[in-house]
Design a protein around this ligand. Structure first.
Ligand code: G1P
Ligand code: ZN
Length: 551
C-alpha cells in the first residue's frame, strides 16, 4: 500500500466485504463489546480512520481509553496498525487510561495529527456492555463532519487492512519503545492534564477550602476520572482520603452505568440531597467529560451550571480577563443567554454535540460552552471536561465563601430562573419512535399560532444551524415549539443510544426576578409536560407510562 513505508514489514489482511456499521455523520463508532470482538471489526474501522486522517504517515497520534473491557487489547491492535501506516510516534498511557479531556489536551500539547479515544462514554462496559472508538482531529476536538464523512466513505470501499506483525509492548511501565519503525511512548496520563488545571485555577485557595470543615464527596463511578481525582483532590488539594469514591477504574465500571445524573449516580445524590454530612458533591462519567454538581440539598442543573460559570468566570485565574462569549446547545436552557446579554457578550446556540463548539472555540468567538446533558467546557481544550467543571465550582465557592444553594439563589435573584427538565424515553422500538417524531414534524407548519398549555406557539420548527465561522448548514437538529412567554418544548431522537431509539423531551419555562423562584421544577413544568404528552401521543406510541430518566 502506498502509504506504508517499504522498510516496514506488515501483514495485509483481505476483507471480503466493505465495513457497513459506521453511520455517516457520527465522529466514531459505538457498539456492543460483543460486536467489537467479531474478527476484523475494530481493525476495519481503524483502517478507514488511518487512511483518511490527514498527516498520519510521519505524524504523532494520541491513543488511550476509559479502561473499559477491551481497552488494553484494542490499544495493542491499534498500535500495530498505526506502525503499519507509518505513524512516527504513538503517545499512549499507563494501563491505557486516558480521559477524553486529557486526550484532547495531549493532542494539542503534542501537536498530534489527532487522537483515538476508546470509550462508549457513559454507556455500561464489560463483556455485556458497550465499547466505542472516538476519533479526534488535530485541534483536539471530535472529528468535524468533513472528516467523519470521509471516514464513512472509506469504510464503504474497504477491501483489507494493514497491521504490523511486531508484538506491541505492555502498557505498565512508563517509557518509549520501538514498535517496528514507530516510537511508542507510554506516559502517565494524569500529569499533563493536572498541570493544565493548575494553570487555570488557584489550587492554594481551593486547598484552603478543602482543608476547612467543607466536606466534599466525588464519585468517579469506577471509571476513568478516579486516578485524576485522587491526584487532584486528595494528593494536591489535601482533601481527606476517601473523598474520591469508586476511584479505581474497573473494566465493567462495577456493573454500573457511569453516567453522572440523578438516576445513575443516585448514591452520591442521596448523600447530598438527603443527608447533611457533605457540602459539595460531584461525579463524572465513564470517559471523564461529563459532570454533575450537587450542593447540600441542592441539585444544580447543567444549564444553570453553565450560566453560573459564565457569571462568575473572572473569579478563576484562567478566566480573569473575561470571556469572549458563550455557547450552548439548542436543547440547553437559555440561562446562559441571560447572563451573556447582561454582561454584554456574544451567545451562540448550536446543535447538540460538542463538535459544533469547536469552530467557535478555534475562532476565538467563545470561551465557555455547555450542554444540558452534564457537559461543560472552555477553550482550554476541545472537549467537555468533567473535572475542570468541578474545580471551577470549587474555585467559585472558595472565593465567594458561600454554599452552592446560596450561589444558586443569588444567581436566580439576579438573572431569573429557567425551570428546566429533560424526560428520556429509552430503548423504544425504533419504528415507534421514528413514527412519533415524523408525525410531530409533519404537524409543525400547522402548529404555529396554536396554543400549547394555554400559550401561543410563536415558532414551530426543526432546528437548523448555520455555522457562523464556516457557513456550513446542519439541519434536522430537533423539533422546537417556542411559546409566547419564552417557555418551550423540544423533541429530539438521541444519536448515541445503542438499543432501539431514545426520545428526549426538553421542557423549559422562565420566571423573571421577583417571581416564584423556589418551585419544584417538575411542578413548574407540569402543564407543559401534559401538553406535549397530548400533542405527541408519547405514552400510546412508545407504550411507556413514564420516562426512563427524568433530569
Ligand atoms: C447525548 C447528549 C448530547 C451529548 C452526547 C455526547 O447525545 O444529549 O448533549 O453531546 O450525548 O455526550 P444524544 O444521545 O442526545 O444524541
Ligand atoms: Zn462521556
Amino acid at each position: 500500500m502506498s502509504h506504508s513505508p517499504s522498510d516496514n514489514p506488515l501483514l495485509r489482511i483481505d476483507l471480503n466485504q466493505p465495513f457497513s456499521d459506521q453511520k455517516p455523520g457520527t465522529s466514531g463508532l459505538r457498539k456492543s463489546s460483543r460486536q467489537f470482538q467479531t474478527p476484523h471489526y475494530l481493525e476495519s474501522f481503524i483502517e478507514a480512520v488511518l487512511r483518511v486522517l490527514p498527516g498520519v504517515a510521519g505524524g504523532t497520534l494520541v491513543l488511550g481509553g476509559d479502561g473499559r473491557f477491551g481497552n488494553k487489547e484494542a490499544i495493542g491492535t491499534i498500535a500495530r496498525m498505526a506502525a503499519a501506516h507509518g505513524v512516527a510516534r504513538l503517545v499512549t498511557t499507563q494501563a491505557g487510561i486516558l480521559s477524553t479531556p486529557a486526550a484532547s489536551h495531549l493532542i494539542r500539547q503534542r501537536g498530534a495529527v489527532g487522537g483515538i479515544i476508546l470509550s462508549a462514554s457513559h454507556n455500561p462496559g464489560g463483556p455485556e456492555g458497550d465499547f466505542g472508538v472516538k476519533v479526534n482531529g488535530a485541534n483536539g476536538g471530535p472529528a468535524p463532519e468533513s472528516l467523519t464523512e470521509a471516514i464513512y466513505a472509506a469504510t464503504q470501499v474497504l477491501d483489507g487492512y494493514c497491521i504490523s506483525p511486531a508484538v506491541a509492548p505492555g502498557l505498565d511501565v512508563i517509557g518509549t519503545y520501538d514498535l517496528g519503525p514507530m516510537k511508542l511512548e507510554v506516559l502517565d496520563g494524569v500529569e499533563d492534564y493536572v498541570a493544565l488545571m493548575q494553570q487555570l485555577f488557584d489550587f492554594d485557595r481551593i486547598a484552603a477550602l478543602l482543608r476547612s470543615d467543607f466536606r466534599v464527596a466525588f464519585d468517579a463511578m469506577h471509571a476513568v476520572t478516579g486516578p485524576y481525582a485522587i491526584r487532584v483532590f486528595e494528593e494536591l488539594l489535601g482533601a481527606p482520603a476517601g473523598t474520591v469514591r469508586n476511584g479505581v477504574p474497573l473494566q465493567d465500571f462495577g456493573g454500573g452505568h457511569p453516567d453522572p445524573n440523578l438516576t445513575y449516580a443516585h448514591e452520591l445524590a442521596d448523600l447530598l440531597l438527603k443527608g447533611n454530612a457533605y457540602d459539595f458533591g460531584a461525579a463524572c462519567d465513564g470517559d471523564g467529560d461529563r459532570n454533575m454538581i450537587l450542593g447540600r440539598s441542592c441539585f444544580v442543573n447543567p444549564s444553570d451550571s453553565l450560566a453560573v460559570l459564565a457569571a462568575n468566570a473572572t473569579l478563576a485565574p484562567g478566566y480573569a480577563g473575561g470571556l469572549a462569549g458563550v455557547a450552548r446547545s439548542m436543547p440547553t436552557s437559555a440561562a446562559a443567554d441571560v447572563v451573556a446579554k447582561e454582561l454584554g457578550m456574544a451567545c451562540f446556540e448550536t446543535p447538540t454535540g460538542w463538535k459544533f463548539f469547536g469552530n467557535l472555540l478555534d475562532a476565538g468567538r467563545i470561551t465557555l460552552c455547555g450542554e444540558e446533558s452534564f457537559g461543560t467546557g472552555s477553550n482550554h481544550i476541545r472537549e467537555k471536561d468533567g473535572l475542570w467543571a468541578v474545580l471551577f465550582w470549587l474555585q467559585i465557592l472558595a472565593v465567594r465563601g458561600c454554599s452552592v444553594a446560596e450561589v444558586m439563589a443569588g444567581h436566580w435573584n439576579r438573572f431569573g430562573r429557567h425551570y428546566y427538565s429533560r424526560h428520556d424515553y429509552e430503548a423504544i422500538a425504533s419504528q415507534a419512535a421514528e413514527g412519533l417524531y415524523r408525525r410531530v414534524r409533519n404537524q409543525l407548519p400547522s402548529l404555529q399560532g396554536q396554543l400549547l398549555a394555554g400559550r401561543s406557539i410563536v415558532t414551530a420548527d426543526d432546528f437548523s444551524y448555520v455555522d457562523p465561522v464556516d457557513g456550513s448548514v446542519s439541519g434536522g437538529q430537533g423539533l422546537r415549539l417556542l411559546l409566547e412567554d419564552g417557555s418551550r418544548v423540544v423533541l429530539r431522537l438521541s444519536g448515541t443510544g445503542t438499543q432501539g431509539a431514545t426520545l428526549r423531551v426538553y421542557l423549559e419555562s422562565y420566571v423573571a426576578p421577583g417571581g416564584d423562584l423556589n418551585q419544584d421544577p417538575q411542578l413548574a413544568l407540569a402543564d407543559l409536560t401534559s401538553a406535549i404528552e397530548g400533542l405527541a401521543e408519547i405514552q400510546v406510541r412508545t407504550g411507556m407510562a413514564k420516562p426512563t430518566v427524568i433530569t
